[in-house]
Design a protein around this ligand. Structure first.
Ligand code: COI
Length: 355
């Protein structure tokens, strides 16, 4: 497939839009999808022409490798509507590059930039009525790729499907988030696929997260697999810790996802003059800081979760409750971030891209 400037995507129109059936005020995360999906197949060693068609189920052979070996990757992005009804993406180039990094790690073909970027722009333009205005309203974008080649031999597929689906979304968490610090299960190991946005990274954590849910906690903060002494990331987001007035977050590694919200929060915090340190954060250090009241905040940062304050954590069955802080770093940084995303503040970083 060429990357010519006259790249055009065929659109198969829907008969009737579903949009009038949707109660946008009462939407739960990830359950409502728009009228269209983008589909682009890879076969015979090359990418075929992308097509935008009505959102609908499709058939894949039961022996397809995605079912047996989990050869699947995805991205999470959002579109935002400003006060003038213009629609914006936030740092889509970051998602594109990370997507292809994940593809390489999972032995999948890299998606051409023109397919990813023009695909995004075309489908979101078509679905702009699904992006509602007002802070908190977003269109969650899920680009993904699956191995559709058939055969249960444990080898990479020769056929793949790249797709983009869209889901109107509000907040991911409905209330305060409480987390368990993992002391047994691990999300990822050095040399593994932790830095890739591979489907299996998320399903592997369902069971330990369920154990945490059963105890009244929403999430786990993972620790390093070798020693379980270093805090890494949570199930759906990267994590920041504020001790006194310094903000700490684990450095990215082979085990940690290079989060777009994470890096944006670091940049914003530095711009605000906050001392931010990317270094290993030890469980012992956080427990001690909670005990001597120097631990002021913990919050998560991710596309779906945005900036989610963590109200309490549990470690080895002891629960530590975080103080409620006026004008917290979490609320200040969330405000700065969302104002840029919704074009309510000047985007001095050049992060926003108009559809
Ligand atoms: C996102 O924040 O977009 C993610 O991909 C996390 C997902 C588990 C909802």
């Amino acid at each position: 497939m060429s990357s010519s400037s006259d790249f055009a995507i065929e659109i198969q129109k829907v008969q009737d839009s579903k949009i009038s059936d949707v109660d946008f005020d009462n939407i739960t995360f990830g359950n409502t999808f728009t009228d269209y999906m983008l589909v682009c197949d890879f076969k015979n060693g090359e990418w075929q022409k992308p097509i935008i068609k009505p959102y609908e189920p499709f058939l894949i052979d039961p022996s397809a490798k995605v079912f047996h070996y989990g050869q699947a990757i995805f991205e999470g992005m959002k579109a935002y509507k400003d006060e003038h009804d213009e629609v914006w993406l936030f740092r889509p180039d970051e998602n594109f590059h990370r997507f292809n990094k994940s593809a390489v790690r999972m032995a999948m073909p890299e998606v051409p930039e023109v397919v990813f970027m023009e695909g995004l722009k075309t489908i979101i333009d078509l679905e702009r009525n699904w992006v509602k205005s007002g802070l908190g309203n977003t269109l969650y974008i899920r680009p993904f790729m699956i191995a559709i080649g058939s055969g249960v031999i444990a080898q990479p597929s020769t056929q793949y499907r790249f797709m983009i689906i869209l889901s109107p979304a509000k907040s991911y968490y409905s209330g305060a988030v409480k987390v368990v610090i993992a002391d047994h299960y691990s999300r990822a190991a050095n040399g593994g696929i932790g830095a890739a946005k591979a489907a299996g990274n998320y399903s592997a954590q369902f069971y330990p997260t369920k154990l945490a849910n059963d105890k009244g906690f929403q999430q786990i903060i993972w620790t390093d697999d070798a020693t379980h002494t270093k805090l890494e990331e949570a199930g759906t987001m990267n994590v920041f810790f504020r001790i006194n007035d310094t903000l700490y977050t684990a450095p990215t590694s082979e085990r940690i996802l290079d989060g777009v919200t994470r890096k944006s929060i670091i940049a914003l915090a530095k711009r605000e003059g906050i001392d931010v340190q990317e270094r290993s954060v030890l469980v012992d250090e956080i427990v001690a800081a909670a005990q001597n009241s120097t631990l002021k905040e913990i919050f998560g940062a991710g596309t779906a979760a945005v900036v989610s304050p963590i109200a309490a954590f549990s470690y080895q069955e002891i629960e530590y409750v975080l103080p409620v802080i006026e004008d917290s770093f979490a609320s200040q940084l969330k405000d700065k971030l969302t104002k840029i995303q919704y074009k309510l503040a000047e985007d001095t970083f050049g992060w926003t891209v108009k559809i």
